[in-house]
Every structure is written in C-alpha cells, then in structure tokens.
Write a protein that binds this ligand. Structure first.
Ligand SMILES: [Fe+2]
Length: 433
C-alpha cells in the first residue's frame, strides 16, 4: 500500500471506517474526497463516501458513486458488498425491482453475501411474495443460523403467510424490541388453532409487567380485554379515542394547493415503486420512505408535519398515558402515499411499529353519501376474532387538507366511495429510534 504523510493508505482507510462506525460523518466528508483523489482505485473509500452521503440523505449522489464503483470493477468478487449496499439504497428509495437485481448480482459474485439474502427476502416480501422471501431468508440462515435480522424477517414473512406458530417460535429467538409484540400477536391469532388461552394470557401478562410501550401490544390488550371481558392492563394507552386529533393544514401559511400539486408531481417524476397490498382495494401505495425523496415540496411538507407533531405532544402534555409520558426522545418520520381510485378502500389495520400515526388528505372525492371517503376508527379490526362483542367505533369527517393524528394502536379504515375521483393520502408514522 502507498504512503500518505506518515500514514499508509490502509491506515487512512481504517480511520475512515472507524469514523463511519462512530457516525462521525462530517469528519469523513471533510477529508475523504482528497483521499479518493490520491488513491482513485481504492473502491473501499468510495464505498464509505457513498454510505456517508446516504446517511446524510444525499441519495442521488450516493447512488452515482455506488454505480461508478460497480462500473469500474465489473464482476470483481471483492465488490460483492458494494452490490449489496447498492441494493439496500434502491430498497430505501422504494425502487424494489432494482434492489432485487443488485442483491442477486451480489450473491452471484459471492454466495456468502449474507446481507443480500436479507435484502432479497425484504424485496420479495415488499412485492407480496412471502414464500420466496422465506426461501431467501432461510438460505441466509444456512450461512449464519443466529443472524438476528434474518431470523426477525423470516418470522415476519411466516406471520404474513399466517404460519403463526412457526412465526412465534422464530420471533422468540430474536432480541429485536418489536419481536415480543409480534410474538404476542401470533399467539393471539393462533388461539383459533394450536395456542391455548393460558399460553397467550401468560405471555400478555409478562409483557405488561415489563412496561412495554408498544402500539401492537396495546391494541391486543384492548381487543382481548373486550373480547374476554377482563381488565385492560395496557400501559401504552387506555383511552385511545381521546387522542385522535384533526388539524386543518390550509390554515398553515406554508400549505396550499400549489404545495400539494408539487408533492404529487415530484412523486410522479420519481422512480419510486408502487406496490399493491392485500388491505388496499383499487389503489396502490408508494414503497420506501417518501421523505427520502430529494424534493423541496416534500421536505417543506415534512417541516409542517414536524411542527404539528410538536403541537400534538404539547396539547396532551398533562396526560398520564404512557403514550404521552414516554414519548420517544428520538424518532424517524416514515411516510408513504396511498392513491385510491373509484370504489377504493383500505381495510382496517393498525400501524404496528409506529407510536403516533397520521393521514394527510391531499385529494379526496366529493361526498355523495354522508361519510364517503372518511376515516373510521375502531378497537376491532384486521383478522382479529371479536366473538360478536361490541367494540367502540368513531368516524372522523375528512376534507381536503385535513391532517388526522392518532395513536398507532387504533384500528382504522376508509369508508368506500364510488365517484370517479382519486383519494390521495400521505400517511406517516413516527418510529421511535
Ligand atoms: Fe393506516
């Protein structure tokens, strides 16, 4: 390796790797370009540069560098991991077909590209093919049987295939903080099959005594307390309907029809994949986090959202609910568009990994019947079994420009509409870090 000053090329590179692991991105950006100029063939450094740009939300620049490395080192097995990183970038940008292509190429170059088995499975699952996803995750586990991410995502695909007992077992082997909530859900849904009420209830009690603040655990607590007529011991939120709040965004000076049109134009002009999903009838949704798109309009909307989240938190500041008292100190805002056509609707669901969820109505059809296209909240939904018990419901009227915020634990759905007009919603979750 060549020498630069007193440090060798390798030492310099190791230093960049250390800085990256310590998340000292500014420091990397200050000096990595001159290093690359001096050692232009060092693709490891270019890879770190691309990863650093990605961490700063500079996705397009990041993509360009990854693609350059690949172009200049075609079929070099040593850059299999760069293909993996490129696949991950495309996945984060919501370009799932591309992501899959790069992960497959990585595995071809290096059959032990474990992170590409992960990326491949995630891509297939995103496309709704969980059978294929299970096969990809299992192939990865043949290389490392204890890989946390592979186990967790295998469990998730098994759950989506309604193989609840297997999924619960798989979740129990991982330490991902969300695993416990999904394990609980699998046991709850498996009550109709192999799981006994005692097994489910013991696990629920255990989670409640551990003070887990999680929307899915909350939802199951509330649902099962109504279904089995027992006390709700949930510590996330006990009265979720009191925390549904509607804002009129047109009252904000930065929000207008022009911003809505620009947001939609920027989405149309992007390469974000559109995915259908089983809950969504006559419509599609965007893949990935819409806020990763480098669009002025979308960033402007994000600023408005950030303000509204703070106002929401402040409005409920005297509440004693765990949902407010344990508000995450750090969170990511993860958003997506839902575009529904005539006769479209979205079946009832909850946002299992959120904390606070929200829908912003960018376009909505005119009403013919009283509640066309409105949002309905309920404490019952999904594929949960209600045993004919009565679960509370609440319908919120929606106008264009409305923003509805609510705890992620509440089931919600849209009321179908028949007019030949689109209903476009931007939904987002705040995800605790
Ligand atoms: Fe939703």
């Amino acid at each position: 390796m060549s020498k630069k000053g007193n440090r060798s090329e390798q030492e310099e590179l190791d230093n960049f790797i250390a800085l990256y692991n310590q998340k000292k991105f500014e420091k990397i950006l200050n000096s990595i370009e001159s290093f690359i100029k001096e050692f232009p063939k060092n693709f490891h450094a270019r890879n770190i540069f691309a990863l650093t740009l990605k961490s700063q939300g500079r996705f397009e620049e990041s993509k360009k560098i990854f693609l350059e490395i690949i172009k200049n080192n075609i079929r070099n097995p040593n850059i299999a991991y760069v293909y993996t990183n490129t696949g991950n970038l495309f996945y984060d940008l919501g370009q799932v077909d591309q992501a899959i292509t790069f992960h497959k190429a990585s595995i071809q170059l290096n059959p032990k590209s474990i992170n590409s088995f992960l990326g491949l499975g995630l891509g297939f699952s995103n496309q709704g093919d969980n059978e294929k996803a299970v096969r990809a995750f299992k192939k990865g586990l043949e290389i490392d049987q204890n890989n946390e991410n592979l186990l967790y995502n295998l469990a998730t695909s098994l759950r989506k295939l309604e193989r609840y007992k297997e999924a619960a077992k798989c979740y129990s082997k991982t330490i991902n903080p969300l695993s416990k909530s999904y394990q609980l859900e699998c046991l709850y849904l498996d009550l109709e099959n192999d799981t006994s009420y005692e097994e489910f209830n013991n696990f629920l009690d255990k989670l409640n005594t551990q003070n887990n603040y999680n929307p899915l655990i909350a939802s199951i607590n509330t649902h099962s307390s109504i279904r089995f007529e027992k006390k709700n011991k949930c510590n996330f939120i006990k009265k979720p309907f009191d925390y549904i709040r509607k804002e009129k965004l047109f009252e904000n000076k930065n929000f207008d029809e022009d911003l809505i049109n620009k947001v939609l134009q920027d989405f149309e002009g992007s390469n974000i994949s559109r995915k259908t999903q089983s809950l969504l009838n006559k419509g599609f949704q965007s893949s990935g986090n819409i806020f990763n798109l480098e669009s002025l309009a979308i960033q402007k909307l994000k600023n408005i959202i950030e303000e509204k989240i703070l106002e929401y938190r402040d409005f409920y500041k005297s509440s004693s609910e765990g949902f407010i008292k344990n508000w995450p100190k750090k969170y990511t805002i993860y958003g997506w568009l839902i575009i529904m056509n005539e006769g479209g609707n979205l079946s009832s669901h909850i946002h299992k990994e959120g904390w606070l969820s929200s829908s912003i109505y960018l376009k909505r059809p005119k009403k013919v019947d009283k509640n066309d296209g409105d949002i309905k909240f309920s404490l019952h939904g999904g594929n949960y079994v209600g045993d004919s018990k009565e679960f509370p419901e609440k319908i919120i009227n929606i106008d264009q420009g409305d923003m509805v915020m609510f705890p992620s634990s509440i089931f919600h759905s849209t009321i179908p509409f028949d007019l030949n007009e689109q209903r476009i919603t931007l939904a987002f979750d705040i995800l605790p870090k």
